[in-house]
Design a protein around this ligand. Structure first.
Ligand code: ZN
Length: 203
């Protein structure tokens, strides 16, 4: 199982990090050892002074596929969840400034928070999924899926040109604006519409 993450998929987030709005999706991966689920606490690692949350819709792949056409992409996933792509922003900036890959900043243990998944039939409109994140009870990120630069089907088509998608793989679809740091004692609560998807503490 692999976790594919999309970077810079919302215009307002690309701008807040002073990145160009991409013409093609940007992706990277996290290992399965990064998964944190079941509302277990996130333990702040000591190798970074700036761990930031990024709330993202997560798509779960349910069919093997390579070179998937955009119009067939909807057949390759059947569940949607919510996740956090924890990022060591200080290490990411350091890697970027040296022209190095960002692995250090993205792949560490517990950096892929996952909620339970919802069957996609339960959504009226996949282009209109509202999701948000609260930090200590205050909303810090909010978006609707149609604000993505590249939609879910486009992402599946693009990524599967390079990487075969397998059953159980997950795609983190990118974060909207509002990313920010977490500190010990913070509580992060994620929602899809009104539905609470995860709720955990930073320790
Ligand atoms: Zn992200």
């Amino acid at each position: 199982m692999k976790i594919i993450c999309i970077g810079r998929n919302y215009v307002d987030h690309a701008k807040e990090l002073n990145n160009e709005v991409p013409k093609q999706p940007v992706f990277f991966m996290k290992p399965d050892s990064a998964i944190l689920k079941g509302n277990k606490p996130f333990f702040l690692p000591d190798f970074s002074n700036q761990i930031e949350y990024e709330v993202e819709l997560v798509v779960k792949i349910n069919r093997l596929g390579k070179n998937i056409g955009k119009k067939f992409a909807h057949r390759y996933y059947n569940e949607i969840g919510l996740g956090i792509d924890f990022t060591a922003r200080d290490l990411q900036h350091e890697c970027k400034s040296k022209g190095l890959p960002w692995e250090l900043a993205k792949t560490f243990d517990q950096s892929a928070v996952l909620s339970p998944f919802i069957p996609k039939e339960e959504f009226d409109d996949l282009n209109n999924i509202e999701f948000s994140l609260q930090k200590n009870g205050e909303q810090v990120q909010h978006a609707i899926s149609n604000e993505m630069i590249f939609g879910i089907d486009e992402l599946i088509a693009y990524v599967s040109q390079f990487v075969t998608l397998k059953i159980g793989d997950m795609i983190f679809t990118g974060t909207p604006a509002g990313v920010g740091r977490v500190d010990i004692g913070d509580r992060l609560t994620g929602f899809i519409a009104e539905r609470k998807m995860f709720d955990f503490e930073v320790r």
